[in-house]
Structure formats: structure tokens, C-alpha cells
Design a protein around this ligand. Structure first.
Ligand code: ADP
Length: 210
């Protein structure tokens, strides 16, 4: 199984966008559609035991609105996805991987090059920064997200996005990038995503059948 993982790249859809752009909300919905497996790096980190060494590293960085170091991030994510494959939750030969929150900088994109076959990058773009900040504040209250509890941390997270994460868009070929306006209603964003994904899924089904 591990050997197979090393040789087979995961067919991947990247959900890309600033904190608060709705990647997580949309990713969770897409993950309920047969043929799509959703993986959010933030959720993986938040599920770690606070007492474990990696858990402590995560809280140390995330609490300040900073990125967890790349080597730790990639190691944790790869272990998680291998685990999911081993327990038969993720089926890479038939499913698309829907990634949200990773890769978060160009170095991570490079470190994942041997693992991911990126088919599309969906950029949930939003020109209205105030709207993002408002969403983050609301989510912090609703979901107990300590990292968005203060405006200072929110501002730092948005800066980290601009400086470190946004350049990832230039790492992937222009023709793979699809832009979707993140301020539309959730159901309209979903409908745009589905419109992009239907032909990819059907093409893959045909390939597997033939
Ligand atoms: P959001 O969806 O609001 O952007 P996430 O839940 O994806 O936030 O991430 C929360 C925190 O977890 C980040 O601020 C960062 O500290 C850490 N994190 C998540 N994914 C990564 C990653 N790929 N690389 C480094 N740190 C990460």
C-alpha cells in the first residue's frame, strides 16, 4: 500500500483563497459527493492532541496567526492521508482529492509535487477585505476559533496570506486556475464549483470504464 502511494499521484483539486473566503464550507460539501475526498490541513492540525509535540508546535504558531513550519506540515499531512487510504476512507484510484489550506506557500507546493497531480486550482477570490474580516470574526465566536479571536491575529493571517500564500497561484499553470467570486451566496459559489467539477468527474469515470 505504501509502495503504491509513492508511485501514484493523487488527482487533486486545490481550493484556494484567503482566510474567510469559504474554502472550508465548500470543501466540506464537496467531500460529501461520491468521488471526492475533502482534506483541510487546519482541521487535521486542530484534531491533534494539545499535549503531543506536534500539537504544541501547531498551537504555538497558529495562535500567533503564523504558518506551521513546512517540514512539520508536510509530514503531518502525508501521514494523515496515508492513514485515510489505509483505513479505506480515501480511494485515490477513483476519487479526487479536494485540498483546502495546503499548500500554503511555494515551498509546500514543491514538497507536494511528488504526491499531487493538480488538475484544477479554484481561487475563491474576494476584493472586499472587510467582508473577510467580518466572516472571520463571526466564525471565531461560533466555532471557538482562538486564532481569529483578536483583530491583530486576523490582520496577521491576512498578511501571511498575501505575502506567502498568494504566490502559490503563480506556481501552477495559468490554464489550471479558475476564479470564483467568494462574496456570492454559498449556494451560488457551490453551483459554480460543481459546474467546474462535473466534466472532470465524468471524464475520469469514462477513463476508468474504458
Ligand atoms: P483558514 O481556513 O481560516 O485559513 P486553517 O484552518 O486552514 O485557517 O488554518 C489555521 C492555522 O493552521 C493557520 O493559521 C496555520 O497556523 C495552520 N495551518 C493550516 N494549514 C497550514 C499549512 N498548510 N501550512 C502551515 N500552517 C498551516
Amino acid at each position: 500500500m505504501i509502495e503504491k502511494l509513492r508511485t501514484m499521484k493523487f488527482k487533486t483539486i486545490l481550493l484556494f483563497g484567503a482566510p474567510g473566503s469559504g474554502k472550508g464550507t465548500q470543501g466540506k460539501i464537496l467531500g460529501t459527493i461520491p468521488g471526492f475526498f475533502h482534506s483541510a490541513s487546519g482541521d487535521i492540525f486542530r484534531s491533534l492532541d494539545y499535549e503531543s509535540e506536534i500539537g504544541r508546535v501547531f498551537w504555538e504558531y497558529a495562535g500567533k496567526g503564523q504558518l506551521v513550519p513546512d517540514d512539520v506540515t508536510i509530514r503531518v499531512w502525508k501521514q494523515y492521508i496515508q492513514g485515510m487510504e489505509m483505513i479505506n476512507q480515501f480511494h485515490p484510484t477513483s476519487e479526487f482529492l479536494v485540498l483546502d489550506g495546503i499548500p500554503r506557500n511555494v515551498q509546500q507546493a514543491k514538497l507536494l509535487e511528488d504526491t499531487l497531480d493538480v488538475i484544477k486550482v479554484i481561487h475563491l477570490q474576494c476584493a472586499d477585505l472587510a467582508k473577510m474580516v467580518e466572516r472571520l470574526r463571526r466564525r471565531a465566536l461560533r466555532e471557538n476559533r482562538f486564532d481569529d479571536a483578536s483583530d491583530e491575529v486576523i490582520q496577521r493571517r491576512l498578511r501571511v496570506y498575501e505575502n506567502e500564500t498568494r504566490p502559490v497561484l503563480e506556481y501552477y499553470p495559468f490554464e489550471k486556475i479558475v476564479r470564483v467570486e467568494a462574496t456570492m451566496s454559498q449556494i451560488r459559489v457551490l453551483s459554480e464549483l460543481v459546474r467546474v467539477l462535473v466534466p472532470l468527474k465524468e471524464a475520469r469515470d469514462r477513463e476508468r470504464a474504458g
